[in-house]
Design a protein around this ligand. Structure first.
Ligand SMILES: Cc1cc2nc3c(=O)[nH]c(=O)nc-3n(C[C@H](O)[C@H](O)[C@H](O)COP(=O)(O)OP(=O)(O)OC[C@H]3O[C@@H](n4cnc5c(N)ncnc54)[C@H](O)[C@@H]3O)c2cc1C
Length: 344
C-alpha cells in the first residue's frame, strides 16, 4: 500500500515510524528544509498526560499514550530521553480538587502516580517548594526535534516539498499531519492555531541542583549542559513565530510565582516560538477525514503532542491497515474528525 504523509513534525514522523514497523514503506512530504520545522522543533519538551478529574475517553487516551511512549522511548536512540520524574505543583484550589480526583479515578499504583507533601516534593526536587504536588516518577523530557529524526531513520522523506493539492500525490492513502495547515485541506475543522514561546536560561548555582521537571502554570526542566528550558506561552490570539522578548519575562515570571527566588540571576540564552494547533475542545483530531475514504488526519495535538502524536500514529496505522484497533470505541469516537459534524 502506498501511504503518503503530509508534514514532518511529531505527528507525521511518529506515523512513519509506526507504519514502517508494521512493514509499510510510507513517503513523508515536508514543506520545510528539515523535519520538525514547526511546533515540533523545540530542543526539549515534557511528556505529560493531560490530567482530568474523571477517567473518561480523554484520560484513557493519554494514559495509553503515556504507557506507549515509555515503551517506545526505550527502543529509540539519541532522543535525549530524561525520565527525571515530574512534579505537578498543586498551587491553586482548582488543581487541589482536580488532581486529587485524578489520583483516585485514574487509579495508577503509587509507583507511577502519587500525591506528595511539600516536604516530600522538596526532597524529590532538591529545592524548597511551598506546595504539595502530584508526582509522576516516570515522567520527564525528550527532544522533539531528535525524536522526529529517530522516528524517520530509513524513511523516504521529501524535504522542501510543500503539498498544495492532494491530487498531485501518487498514493493509495494520504495522511494530513501538517499542524495548523490541515485547515487548508479541510477548512471545516475547528482547528485553532496557538502561538507559544519557550525560553532557555543558563543554570544558576541554585537551579543547577534541581533534579526533576516541575509543572505549574508553566514548566521548568532540570538543567542539561547547564541550560534549563522554561515553557511556554499560550497565545490563541497570535499567529506568528517571531520572538517576543516579553514572553521570556512571562515564562520567568511564572517560575518566580511558583518557586520564589529561583528566578534570581537567570540569564536568557535561547528562545523559540512556533504555532501549535488545538481543537475547540482541546482534544486531538485523529481519524478519517470527513467525507473521504482514503484521507486521514492527525492534528490538533495542542500542548501534549509528544504523547498524542505517538498514540494517534498507532490508531491511524490500525485504521489504514485495517487491524484491530489499539483504543476502545469511545476514545476513537472522541478523537474522530467526524465529531464536529453538525447534527441535522
Ligand atoms: C512553545 C511550545 C511548547 C510546547 N511544549 C510541549 C511540551 O513540553 N510537551 C508536549 O507534549 N508538547 C508540547 N508542545 C506541543 C507540541 O510541540 C505539538 O503538539 C506538536 O509538535 C505538534 O506536532 P505536529 O506534527 O502536529 O505539528 P508540527 O510540528 O507543526 O508539524 C507540521 C509540519 O507540517 C509541515 N507542513 C505544513 N504544511 C505543509 C504542506 N502543505 N506540505 C508539506 N508539509 C507541510 C510544517 O512545515 C511542519 O513541519 C509545545 C508547543 C509549543 C508551540
Amino acid at each position: 500500500m502506498k501511504v503518503a504523509i503530509i508534514g514532518g513534525g511529531l505527528a507525521g514522523c511518529a506515523l512513519a515510524w509506526t507504519l514502517r514497523r508494521m512493514g509499510q514503506e510510507p513517503v513523508l512530504y515536508e514543506a520545510g528544509p528539515e523535519l520538525a520545522n514547526g511546533a515540533s522543533g523545540n530542543a526539549s519538551a515534557l511528556y505529560n498526560p493531560r490530567f482530568s478529574a474523571l477517567r473518561g475517553p480523554d484520560a484513557d487516551f493519554y494514559a495509553a499514550a503515556y504507557s506507549l511512549a515509555l515503551r517506545s522511548f526505550k527502543i529509540l536512540n539519541d532522543i535525549d530521553w530524561r525520565p527525571t520524574g515530574v512534579l505537578h505543583l498543586i498551587d491553586t484550589e482548582k488543581k487541589e480538587e482536580r488532581l486529587h480526583k485524578t489520583v483516585t479515578n485514574w487509579n495508577w499504583t503509587p509507583a507511577h502516580m502519587r500525591l506528595v507533601s511539600s516536604d516530600e516534593a522538596s526532597r524529590i526536587a532538591g529545592i524548597g517548594l511551598q506546595y504539595g504536588a502530584l508526582y509522576l516518577p516516570d515522567g520527564g523530557s525528550v527532544a522533539p526535534k531528535k525524536l522526529c529524526a529517530a522516528y524517520t531513520r530509513n524513511i523516504d522523506c521529501r524535504l522542501n516539498t510543500s503539498v498544495e493539492n492532494l491530487e498531485d500525490i501518487d498514493a493509495d492513502v494520504i495522511v494530513l499531519a501538517c499542524g495548523p495547515a490541515v485547515l487548508s485541506f479541510v477548512p471545516s475543522l475547528p482547528i485553532i492555531p496557538v502561538r507559544g514561546q519557550i525560553t532557555q536560561v543558563k543554570a544558576t548555582q541554585l537551579s543547577a541542583d534541581i533534579k526533576c521537571g516541575i509543572c505549574y502554570d508553566g514548566y521548568f526542566m532540570p538543567a542539561k549542559n547547564g541550560v534549563h528550558t522554561l515553557g511556554a506561552t499560550f497565545q490563541p490570539d497570535l499567529n506568528h513565530s517571531n520572538i517576543i522578548k516579553q514572553d521570556d519575562q512571562e515564562n520567568i515570571q511564572k517560575l518566580a510565582e511558583a518557586i520564589p527566588g529561583l528566578e534570581a540571576g537567570l540569564e536568557v540564552v535561547e528562545h523559540r516560538a512556533s504555532i501549535r494547533a488545538t481543537s475547540r475542545n482541546r482534544f486531538p483530531i485523529i481519524g478519517r477525514a470527513p467525507g473521504q475514504d482514503t484521507v486521514y488526519i492527525s492534528a490538533a495535538h495542542g500542548s501534549y503532542g509528544v504523547l498524542s502524536s505517538l498514540m494517534g500514529a498507532h490508531l491511524l496505522a490500525d485504521m489504514i491497515m485495517d487491524r484491530p484497533r489499539c483504543l476502545p470505541a469511545d476514545v476513537i469516537t472522541a478523537l474522530s474528525p467526524q465529531r464536529f459534524k453538525k447534527r441535522t
